[in-house]
Structure formats: C-alpha cells, structure tokens
Write a new protein. Structure first.
Lengths: 113, 113
C-alpha cells in the first residue's frame, strides 16, 4: 500500500541551528511530493513541491527539500531556524494513480532559545 | 487570487446536537473540495472530497455527512454529535485538472461536551 513515513514525531533544534526533517514514501513510481507547515491552531500552508526536474527545490520561508529517488526520500531542510519556525510539518505525496494526497503523520518542530 | 474561508472558527456543542460547518472558496471555479479532521496530537484524516456539485465521496464511515450545494461551497454536517467528533476540521481546495497541491482554510476547532 502507498504510504508516507515521517520517522520523527518531535524534533528539538536550537535557534540558529540547521534543520532536516525526514520523509520517506512507499510507491513504485515517483509521485508528486509536498511539504506543508501548520502553526498551532492554523490551517496548513504549502512550503514547497516537487513534480520533476531539479531534485533540489526551493520553497517559502527559506526552506528547501531534496528528492532522492534511490532512497525514496524527500527531506526538508533549513540552514538556520528561527523561533517562528516552531510548528508541525507534514510531508505528502500524490501518486500518479489518483489525485488524493497521502499524508505523513507529521513532525513537530520545537525551537530552543 | 484565491481564498478559502471557514466558519465558525471555534464551536462548542453538546453531545447529540447537530453540526454545520461551512467552507467557501473564492477566485476559482469548479475546484475539488476536501474535508479533513485532525484529532488532538494526530495527523490528517480525509473525511470527504468532492469533484463537483452533488459529487461527494466519503472516505471514512462515520457520524458525519457532506454536501456541496454550490460550486464553491462545501458543508460538513452531523445530525447528532458524538464526543469522538471533537477535533480540528480543515477544508481544502485543489484546482481541478491542474496541479495537485491542496490549499487549506484556517480550520474550525470543534469541542463536543
């Protein structure tokens, strides 16, 4: 079955440190890939997406993600986190077979001052 | 530009009472529309999606129903709320037959007491 795995439920990072959030998917072909962010009590905001082409994609708020086909991964990165990045981050995929997003369980990012 | 609205923002209802949550999208036509629920500390659960007026698919059997009386209006209802219906309800839209990312509303926090 198609699935998305975010292995880290929580991650704590010091302000100014670099960040990497992991996402792995289980699907035969390369799906469309997304990262969303949800601040507490808010809706989800699209950070970035990958459809094809350059495997390193840039998003909003200084985030980037790298697609690695060999590892079925789409990890999210930021060189230096800010306290305002504290939120929950969701990875999602759309398989070619349908148009429905398959969601990871989310990773909660905690920023230490 | 497109915007999505949800109301109410918060709602406290007793067990057994009815429910109506509304979602409207502006600035687009014939969108795909989605209702999700987030239980406390959990990920996204797709409840319903709609590809057109009166075309609604249910993903999870439950105490809820959805209707789409107009092209850009999506309503989530219940005749009798259960305690387990508490959660954060998110509406989302996707541009029909185009890119696959979904855009989310601000959400409704429902507490069933």
């Amino acid at each position: 079955a198609q699935s998305v795995t975010q292995p880290d439920i929580h991650i704590t990072v010091s302000e100014g440190a670099s960040l990497e959030l992991r996402c792995n998917y289980s699907y035969g072909a390369t799906p469309y890939l997304f990262w969303y962010v949800q601040s507490p009590g808010q809706g989800l905001q699209l950070l970035l997406k990958y459809f094809s082409g350059d495997t390193l994609v840039q998003g909003i708020k200084g985030f980037e993600a790298e697609f690695k086909r060999s590892q079925s991964s789409f990890n999210l990165r930021k060189p230096s986190v800010h306290w305002s990045d504290a939120a929950e981050y969701f990875c999602a995929v759309v398989p070619y077979s349908n148009y429905q997003l398959i969601w990871g369980a989310g990773t909660k990012l905690i920023i230490k001052p | 530009s497109q915007t999505i609205h949800q109301w109410p923002a918060t709602l406290v209802q007793p067990v057994g009472s009815p429910l109506s949550l509304e979602c409207t999208v502006e600035g687009t036509s014939n969108p795909n529309l989605y209702w999700y629920r987030q239980a406390a500390g959990r990920g996204l659960q797709l409840l319903f999606y709609s590809i057109g007026i009166d075309q609604i698919s249910s993903e999870v059997p439950q105490n809820l129903s959805a209707s789409r009386p107009q092209d850009r209006q999506f309503i989530l209802s219940s005749k009798k709320l259960l305690l387990s219906d508490s959660g954060f309800y998110l509406c989302a839209w996707r541009q029909n037959d185009r890119a696959y990312e979904q855009y989310f509303g601000p959400g409704t926090r429902l507490t069933v007491t």
